[in-house]
Design a protein around this ligand. Sequence first.
Ligand SMILES: Nc1ncnc2c1ncn2[C@@H]1O[C@H](COP(=O)(O)OP(=O)(O)OP(=O)(O)O)[C@@H](O)[C@H]1O
Length: 237
Amino acid sequence: MLTLDKLAIEQGDFRLSADLEIETGASVAVIGPSGAGKSTLLSVIAGFLAPSAGRVLWDSAEITGTAPGERPLSILFQDQNLFPHLTLETNLALGLNPKGKIDRAARAQIEGALARVGLEGLGKRKPGQISGGQQSRAGLARALLRARPMLLLDEPFAALGPALKTEMLALVAEIAREQGTTVLMVSHDPEDARVLCPQTVLVAEGKAHPPQDTTALLADPPPVLREYLGEGARPRD
Ligand SMILES: Nc1ncnc2c1ncn2[C@@H]1O[C@H](COP(=O)(O)OP(=O)(O)OP(=O)(O)O)[C@@H](O)[C@H]1O
């Protein structure tokens, strides 16, 4: 279980609080208006930004001061964090060990992960030699290899076309189910939340709210969310 215990986050003039729990194995969307603090919240969970007060815990162990690379999580951002000068193989190997060493066991794992995301045989290519969709797959393959308990997604597939995005999200869901991964996904598309995430954390007006039922939230959104989602999101009669 991920616990955000009375977190206070400051970034310049911006303030965000969070006091909530995410069950192990849950798939949770993070939605809210632009600038509300969704990426900031993920940065604190990932360890890129320290909270000004409160604690982050995973399975009751405090990780507030733990270095990002040592936290029980993988992150997928829009740029996929692939090193452009390294082959896919080496990029993936860095998910397995800090030096990116490829011994026989690592090679088998890497080939398996590439095949799993439909990139069989492309291990020797560099990110610039594959398409944007394939880069997304490579980023996902690296997260798959790391097999950490938590996966944080910050709009990683936003630049892809709708069909490819749907396909990638389905792949994330499948892999998360297999590995029992806890997923936290920032999305601007309520449809992504509806399809993939039974629960949603609403980030708005300086607060990350505890997870609530996605269907119920989207069927009857509070005014701040209704305004952000636009005309399509009307409260039920
Ligand atoms: N490095 C920074 N220094 C100061 N303020 C920052 C910094 N980065 C972000 N902010 C501010 O923090 C607030 C939250 O930003 P954040 O990127 O987390 O929002 P978001 O909900 O992810 O937005 P979007 O949906 O537009 O990506 C914003 O008001 C932003 O201007």
